[in-house]
Design a protein around this ligand. Structure first.
Ligand SMILES: [Zn+2]
Length: 157
C-alpha cells in the first residue's frame, strides 16, 4: 500500500484521509450515526478490508485539491457508482433538507426529497430527476404497450 505516497506510516494523503473519514462516518458509534449508519449508509465491501484503500484509489483517483467526496444519491452508500469529487458548494446543495438546495419540487410538483430524488449521469455533471415522474412515465408506457397488444390481438371478423 505504498502507492502514490499513501503509506500509513507517513503523513496520510488527502485521499487516504478521505477513505478513513468515510469509514468512520459509517460506523455505528459515529456522533452523527443517525444520518449515516441508522439510514443504512455503508462503505461498499470493495472499499473495505485489506485492499480497500487500493480499490478506493483505483475507483476514485487521487482527491483533487479543494474538493470533497459526495454521494450522488443521499440514500445510497459510499460505492464507486455513487461517489464523486465535488466542490463544497455542490456537496452542500446535495444535503438532505437543505433549504439552500436549488429546486425543491419537480416540474410536476413532486417533492425533490428523500427517495424520490434520482441521479443520472449527464454530459458534464449529474442531473437530478424525479423518481415519481419516471414511475408515472413507465406505467403509462407499459399501459400503452399493453393496449397496443390488445388491439392487435382483436380478431378480424
Ligand atoms: Zn415529478
Amino acid at each position: 500500500m505504498m502507492k502514490h505516497g499513501h503509506a500509513a506510516n507517513h503523513k496520510p494523503s488527502r485521499t487516504y484521509k478521505t477513505w478513513q473519514d468515510i469509514k468512520a462516518r459509517c460506523s455505528p458509534v459515529y456522533k452523527q450515526h443517525k444520518d449515516y449508519f441508522d439510514r443504512g449508509i455503508r462503505v461498499c465491501d470493495r472499499w473495505l478490508g485489506k485492499d480497500g484503500f487500493l480499490h478506493f484509489l483505483q475507483d476514485m483517483g487521487d482527491k483533487p485539491g479543494g474538493l470533497t467526496i459526495d454521494r450522488r444519491d443521499n440514500d445510497l452508500g459510499y460505492e464507486p457508482d455513487n461517489c464523486r469529487w465535488v466542490t463544497w458548494t455542490i456537496n452542500r446543495n446535495n444535503r438532505r433538507y437543505d433549504p439552500q438546495s436549488i429546486k425543491t419540487r419537480c416540474p410536476k410538483g413532486h417533492p425533490y426529497s428523500g427517495s424520490n430524488v434520482g441521479w443520472r449521469r449527464g454530459d458534464r455533471s449529474n442531473e437530478r430527476y424525479c423518481r415519481q415522474c419516471q414511475r408515472d412515465w413507465k406505467r403509462n408506457h407499459d399501459e400503452q404497450r399493453r393496449l397496443s397488444k390488445v388491439i392487435t390481438q382483436i380478431p378480424i371478423a
